[in-house]
Write a protein that binds this ligand. Structure first.
Ligand SMILES: [Zn+2]
Length: 332
């Protein structure tokens, strides 16, 4: 019956997994639980089913389809996360076990790619054919829609804009092993490393810096600490955020020059919690290096639920590019 259709949306993160029961136009109910850290390659898929059954036992059998927005890197054809840097598993199978246990069509893409698709259908991307979604979170990622087509690439990794080289002379190493990548400067998990690196290069930054003091006594600091200290004018935190903004302006300009979007939508925890500090300087920095007509650059309006809305959109309206890549599993 029209209007009664139900969908399951899953946003699988390195620390938290969110699952939502949805109608065609909104999230009806959701649960959040810690992503399993141990087990075998189907433990995460099984935990998703167990949690969803606990919460929505009777409704689950009637869902139309399931969308999954997942951390990467993915092998999109198999719907598998391959060697996730933030989980201990060598491989996490999603598509095959979820389809087998639930008996439903399941669609899996990278979380930032799903977010782009979600923005196009539920967010501020609705009136645009060319859209770039950027997440500034633990890492830096993106999803791109060009002329209404969601870009996927040969294995679904057409979104790795976080590894754009923003400084080819840089000695700052990225989590992927490369140097001078956007994510090395602006990934939330990398900010403490950026602080240490800046401090080594310029020990003068330690003067009057609580951040430097905490680093030098070997204390663990987080990106949240760094932005908090930025707000109290800590000299080292100021420099870390300055580098964040410069790298993000450069990375964003490169992505804009590559994809020619009408609108750039930015989300992710690091950005969402610091829009007042980041948005305007990032726009200024990016616009200096854009050769095309500058796009609108704006924060997501979907907040923490952007991944779930992306997953919901996948389930309702799977992009044709994805159907081609994942059809072999469905027809098996
Ligand atoms: Zn990298």
């Amino acid at each position: 019956m029209i209007g009664m259709a139900r969908y399951l949306a899953v946003d699988l993160g390195a620390t938290k997994t969110r699952i939502a029961l949805c109608s065609q136009d909104r999230i009806l109910d959701k649960i959040v639980f810690p992503t399993p850290k141990t087990g075998d390659n189907t433990t995460i898929a099984e935990s998703i089913v167990v949690k969803a059954r606990e919460k929505w036992s009777s409704i689950l059998d009637s869902v139309e389809a399931v969308g999954v927005a997942s951390i990467g890197p993915l092998d999109l054809r198999r719907g598998v996360i391959v060697k996730p840097p933030n989980l201990l598993f060598n491989e996490v199978k999603l598509l095959e076990p979820l389809e087998r246990i639930l008996g439903k069509r399941v669609y899996v893409v990278n979380d930032a790619v799903a977010a782009a698709w979600g923005e196009k259908h539920f967010g501020s991307g609705r009136s645009f054919e060319n859209l770039l979604y950027v997440t500034l979170s633990t890492g830096v990622g993106g999803g791109v829609i060009v002329n209404n087509h969601l870009l996927l690439g040969k294995q679904g990794n057409a979104h790795e804009i976080g590894h754009i080289v923003v400084d080819y002379n840089s000695e700052l190493k990225c989590g992927c092993g490369g140097y001078g990548h956007w994510e090395a400067y602006a990934g939330g998990r990398n900010l403490p490393r950026v602080a240490r690196w800046l401090l080594e290069r310029n020990p003068g930054l330690a003067s009057g810096s609580l951040l430097a003091k905490r680093i030098l006594i070997g204390e663990q600091v987080t990106s949240i600490d760094i932005f908090t200290l930025y707000r109290s004018n800590d000299p080292l935190a100021l420099e870390v955020v300055k580098q964040f903004i410069k790298a993000t302006g450069a990375g964003l300009a490169s992505a804009i020059n590559s994809y020619d979007p009408e609108v750039v939508i930015i989300g992710g925890g690091v950005f969402i919690n610091n829009i007042d500090i980041l948005l305007e300087p990032i726009k200024r920095e990016a616009e200096r290096n854009i050769v095309t007509t500058p796009p609108l650059i704006q924060p997501t309006t979907l907040g923490d639920d952007v991944g779930l809305y992306g997953a919901l959109t996948l389930a309702i309206e799977p992009p044709e590019e994805l159907l081609k890549l994942q059809s072999s599993i469905a027809t098996r």
